[in-house]
Design a protein around this ligand. Structure first.
Ligand SMILES: [Mg+2]
Length: 231
């Protein structure tokens, strides 16, 4: 692990502001990525040539302006790696059905963690999803009112780990980086992105994560935020 990307950690705990990622941090779809991927291979008429572990591995290295573009980049990279046809990868990427945003469910502990955090902190959402999709999820979960600012990915705009995504949110919250902590499930997007903006990180641990970024705090589930690790 590389500690060089960890900003100077002020060990005091005057954290007033908490940023949170949305997907796979606060909520998830009950139907798994593996199930949707299997459907996509089926619909595209392509023999399955990779699995969700490959998908996640590439997802951690790729950015794009839309979900379908992100999948195209991941799947064609996997096809390249395996000597498979680019056309097959693109067909699967396009056949992959975006899940219905209103079908999301809370991750264990996430709903009560928002309640607990909101008692002592200002909250903001920092997501790489687009405004329409993510707004639908917030409405379905009835949690929009927790957030004083919400930063979506706009067409052509920055995505995490670009620090601008965090800078925009800090400005919207009128908060400084050193009083802010960001909670997310992606080492690359959330942890490295927060560090690039000088914001402290809390990583929701993932079993198969490999990115070389060291979070300030690691939690096993959102339940762990009931007693914030930075206090
Ligand atoms: Mg996420």
């Amino acid at each position: 692990m590389n500690h060089a990307d960890v900003p100077d950690a002020d060990v005091s705990s005057d954290i007033s502001t908490v940023f949170l990622d949305l997907d796979e941090t606060i909520c998830e779809h009950p139907r798994s990525t593996g199930e949707r991927l299997a459907d996509a291979f089926d619909r595209a008429g392509v023999e399955p040539f990779f699995d969700t572990a490959d998908f996640r591995r590439w997802l951690a290295t790729v950015t794009a302006d839309s979900a379908v573009e992100l999948r195209e980049r991941c799947f064609t990279s996997i096809a390249d790696e395996q000597g498979r046809a680019t056309a097959d990868a693109l067909a699967v990427a396009r056949a992959y059905e975006d899940p219905n945003p209103t079908g999301v469910e809370f991750l264990p502990g996430a709903a009560s963690a928002l309640d607990a955090l909101a008692a002592d902190h200002e909250l903001a959402l920092v997501t790489n999803g687009d405004r329409e999709t993510q707004t639908a999820k917030l409405a379905a979960l009835d949690i929009a009112d927790y957030f004083d600012a919400t930063t979506f990915t706009e067409p052509g705009g920055p995505v995490k780990p670009d620090p601008d995504h965090f800078h925009r949110t800090l400005a919207a919250m009128d908060a400084s980086a050193d009083e802010t902590v960001h909670v997310g499930n992606s080492l690359r997007a959330d942890v490295a992105g927060a560090h690039a903006a000088g914001v402290r990180s809390v990583w929701l641990e993932q079993p198969d994560a490999t990115a070389d970024h060291t979070p300030h705090h690691t939690i096993e589930s959102m339940h762990d935020l009931h007693e914030p690790p930075w206090v």
